[in-house]
Design a protein around this ligand. Structure first.
Ligand code: GCO
Length: 255
């Protein structure tokens, strides 16, 4: 009984920003749990390479190349999936960027770009997915938040505002879509070893702070998000809605 609860066989997951980093790790994990995967990215070569690597492992992989800030491209991608008979049962709004600059030095255009990628995209893609999940009577939406969904760090204001917003967007999705048997939840990764964070890992002072501030005394590995992602994508979470689950080594739980 218990293993079937986490079985994703017969389901299809679209994961934005999934040719590398956290998105790729979740794509591999969900594929291993039985899901067909729709990989997304903006770089055709990276997307094709990631798809080929995953297909070589026997996984069912489709590719949807679009920029998450390009609404016409998003709509067209969903229409193409419709035409191919590919129903997105699980949406992971993972694509995101970081831009580190003190607010007094931050250009409004940079603020807007981070908000567009990290927050507005999750609304637009979530809306397109839900328009199709509602008639089918089921769906899973997993938004990727951050420690910054609940705590602020200097120099990352637009990211913090966006990740706080993604937590509340998840609750808006819950209040409007749970009645259609769509479960919307949020994962809050801690400091994970990703390309985006490499400059922080390489900064001895920052690295020491992360290791000292995290009860687990280490950075997280992208693969360590997979269990929570599979849980929220599976029948095991059919009565879990509007929640934020932190995978952060305990960082936010302690002073
Ligand atoms: C930063 C980091 C963080 C992490 C992650 C933590 O500059 O502090 O990029 O934002 O990436 O979001 O949850």
């Amino acid at each position: 009984m218990s293993t079937k609860l986490f079985d994703l066989t017969g389901r299809t997951a679209l994961i934005t920003g999934s040719s590398r980093g956290l998105g790729r790790a979740m794509a591999e994990g969900m594929a291993d749990a039985g899901a067909a995967i729709v990989l997304n990215g903006t770089n055709a070569d990276n997307l094709a390479a990631a798809a080929a690597e995953m297909r070589a492992k026997g996984y069912t992989v489709h590719e949807a190349r679009f920029d998450v800030t390009d609404e016409p491209a998003i709509v067209a991608a969903f229409e193409q999936l419709d035409a191919q008979g590919i129903a997105v049962d699980i949406l992971v709004n993972n694509a995101g960027v970081q831009f580190r600059r003190p607010m007094v030095e931050l250009a409004t255009a940079d603020w807007r770009r981070v908000i567009d990628i990290n927050l507005t995209a999750a609304f637009v893609i979530g809306r397109e997915a839900a328009r199709r999940m509602i008639p089918r009577g089921h769906g899973k939406v997993i938004n990727i938040g951050s420690l910054m969904s609940d705590a602020a760090r200097a120099t990352v204001a637009p990211y913090t505002a966006a990740k706080g917003g993604i937590k509340m967007l998840t609750r808006s999705m819950t209040v409007e879509w749970a009645g259609h048997n769509i479960q919307a939840n949020c994962i809050g990764p801690g400091y994970m070893l990703t390309d985006m964070n490499q400059p922080l890992v390489d900064d001895e002072k920052f690295n020491s702070w992360v290791v000292g501030r995290t009860p687990s005394r280490r950075w997280g590995k992208p693969a360590e998000l997979v269990g929570t992602a599979i849980f929220l994508a599976s029948s095991a979470s059919d009565y879990v809605n509007g929640q934020m689950i932190y995978v952060d080594g305990g960082m936010l739980a302690v002073l």
